[in-house]
Design a binder for this molecule. Structure first.
Ligand SMILES: [Zn+2]
Length: 356
């Protein structure tokens, strides 16, 4: 499962062909066209939702597979009911079931919400409520079809309170993981893991060994790396700046780096070394690179000159291929599928979702 994080809609022919040439066969995205208000009012979904279904059908015809992401707590509207109430969870289960059914035969793999161990994504939910929320979503998708492959993702692992924003003595990542993977009443097909060693946390590509081996021991499920990547821009904080606890957006610099820098070349090396390690671990059944293209503005602070959320891409803002693109292409060709990138038609090679 060689994926990239990108919106399903709006991909032009050049983009799709560049993805195929690189050996990318999985796309991961939320369903932004879903209209929650209409859903809870019992009304039909808008035209844009139906257009998206057509887009997804086209992507499948081209040989791409899709990982859908269900809405998170921050997306939920008041009509879903009071947060933490039985009605709220039941509505979320119903909502996920609806999405699973609407995209039956089109989206086979789902990730319920995103990184609920992080406070930003948990929104107003407590950790305990977040676990219930995830369980409701997982059950909803299985209500739609037992054939759907479902899972969740976390990022605060290994737990190092204070090192990463939002990681406290509550060990948020471990708490969510245990709540889900140690509940025998839940059907989970994979464990999603997101990590940014060298950018959002200490370490580098070599950290995957420790992270993945320990995570697999904890979750006892096949692992899909739902997000990994390296930012190719941004200077480094001084010791004083780092000690002050400043967030990268505030001073537009990074606290951590691999090989001491955030450049397009180090980003490319990070990708190659990461895939080399993933390929050594049979329990890692897929990885999704975050993300396809550099953003024009940072989604966290809104600034265009902030490196925090603008330089993760395989393409730059002007659609030029970065060294990271070539590195990813060569890595997939070397380590997976016996050289998918050298084939012209991915659809000829991949007809069914990868078996677990
Ligand atoms: Zn920012």
């Amino acid at each position: 499962m060689a994926g990239v994080a990108v919106k399903f809609s709006g991909l032009n022919d050049e983009t799709k062909s560049r993805m195929r040439e690189a050996g990318i066969d999985w796309l991961r995205s939320g369903i932004r066209e879903f209209d929650q208000k209409r859903f809870f009012q019992g009304e039909k979904q808008p035209e844009s939702f139906h257009l998206l279904k057509g887009t997804v059908e086209e992507l499948r015809t081209l040989g791409f597979h899709l990982m859908g992401i269900t809405p998170g707590p921050m997306d939920m509207i008041a009509e879903a009911g009071e947060i933490g109430s039985a009605e709220y969870y039941a509505n979320y289960r119903r909502l996920c079931g609806f999405l699973g059914r609407e995209f039956a035969g089109l989206i086979d793999y789902w990730q319920v919400a995103n990184e609920l161990d992080i406070w930003i994504f948990r929104d107003k939910l407590t950790l305990e409520q977040s676990a219930e929320f995830l369980k409701a979503g997982l059950r909803g998708l299985k209500d739609a079809s037992k054939q759907l492959k479902t899972g969740i993702n976390i990022t605060l692992f290994p737990s190092k309170p204070g090192e990463v924003d939002g990681n406290t003595e509550k060990h948020e990542g471990v708490f969510i993981a245990k709540s889900i993977y140690q509940d025998p009443s839940l059907e989970v097909d994979y464990a999603g893991f997101d990590s940014y060693p060298g950018t959002w946390r200490e370490g580098g590509a070599e950290s995957w060994h420790e992270y993945l081996d320990a995570f697999h021991a904890l979750v006892q499920n096949p692992i899909i790396i739902q997000e990994f990547g390296y930012a190719s821009a941004g200077g480094m904080m001084t010791k004083e700046e780092s000690d002050s606890g400043a967030f990268p957006c505030q001073i537009k610099k990074w606290r951590f780096a691999w090989k001491g820098a955030h450049t397009p070349e180090v980003q490319a090396d990070f990708i190659a070394e990461s895939y080399r390690i993933f390929a050594q671990k049979p329990f890692v059944i897929g990885a999704t690179y975050y993300c396809w293209k550099d953003n024009t503005t940072c989604w966290q602070c809104g600034k265009s000159d902030c490196p925090a959320e603008t330089a993760w891409g395989l393409l730059d803002r002007n659609n030029n291929l970065k060294p990271s693109y070539y590195s990813l292409k060569a890595s997939l060709d070397t380590y997976f599928n016996g050289g998918v990138a050298s084939k012209t038609e991915i659809s000829d090679i991949i007809k069914e979702p990868a078996p677990l």
